[in-house]
Design a binder for this molecule. Sequence first.
Ligand code: 4AD
Ligand code: MG
Length: 434
Amino acid sequence: MSTEYVAIKDIGAHANETVTLRGWLYNIRSSGKIAFLQLRDGSGMIQGVVVKAEVAEATWDTAKGLTQESSVLVTGSVRQDDRAPYCGYEHTVTDVQAVQIAEPNYPISHKEHGPDFLLENRHLWLRTPKQAALLRIRHEVMKAATTYLDDRDFLRIDAPIFTPSACEGTTTLFEVDYFDDKAFLSQSGQLYMEAAAMALGKVYCLGPAFRAEKSKTRRHLTEFWMIEPEIAFLTFEENLQLQEGMVTHIVEQVLKNRMADLKTLERDIAPLLNVKAPFPRVSYDEAIEKLQSLGHDIAWGSDFGAPDETVLTKLYDRPIFVHRFPAKIKAFYMAPDPERPEVALGADMLAPGGYGEIIGGGQRVDDADLLRQRIQDHNLPEEAFAWFMDLRKYGSVPHGGFGMGIERCVAWIAGIEHVRETSPFPRTIYRIYP
Ligand code: 4AD
Ligand code: MG
């Protein structure tokens, strides 16, 4: 047996050669004379064919003894065949070695399973083609986002997870014991990125965020990942341009590099091809008027519900910005519009197709007195924010940024109903296992 291993994704470069593949058996079917091995190795899937009359008896016996998810080394010649399933190549097997014969009771069969069962077996569910495709797209989304920023001279600065205070409202904080004190799991790295932006200009963090809201919707996780750029000397319009540029780039990269995965997921890519900057800018006022004219029972001053967002985004063919929400329903740090202080100089980016808000961001309060007032109005502990106040005392400048939820962005691009499938090991109010 040769000792060079070939990845299934590279199989096309080895047509008519004998190669050894290593991986796991996704499925095995056999008759008395021929066995079909569906092999996956993480990079792809290929069908291997073992013909009893053409291999050693021991090889045939090994093949016959394999079970679903057994780990194997399979040697054979590579034959191009447009009708071959998965990759357009077939592996004519000459030798099979079992690394481990899987127990015969592998929980996930090729039948339909309910979501609870699959989530309970998330550690194994990851092996199925759709789930693997989602994780590849997730990787691509994070890579494209960071590359976009890195190419524009941003620096990645990580934010802490243990924090002394709230960023996004006190009702959704997870509290943890911290020696003789209390700490909170970070809801957002934003406040730390503001400090970093005053030191380095253009920065971002990418990490987990935690929200204790008792929300059961298809958009909510208790733990999710967020990329948060923050920029000193930024205008509101520049902020929106950065967001639409980054999201356009992410979609382009997924279309370019992960088409096979989008196919596996049966994603209709036509709507993704429309995702080009500029994105429509819709003021909160206009959005309310539109919703009211469509019969929604919503008044100026209320936040949108999921049905409102779905109807609103249906009116456009690409993501939209809804800007200038009432300041009252937004976070303490949002700057007021100087021309209309009752609205915040912030925007949410809403994805089409009912996926709702994928980005929240805007300009920050940069005036020390106003920020102190806001901290008091929101009943936040001033001591915990003393360091944040310092940023307004020592060289305050107009600045802003945004946070994009990775799972929501992946769910939208991949066309997956529920964000939980776009997290490798999702945490929801119901689930912390496995
Ligand atoms: O709108 P949010 O709460 O904004 C912030 O956290 C800001 N501090 C970001 C910033 O300006 N640096 O959250 C930002 C994004 C949302 O648009 C959404 O995509 C995602 O984070 N998100 C969630 N994703 C999954 N589950 C949840 N519970 C989420 N909450 C927010
Ligand atoms: Mg938001």
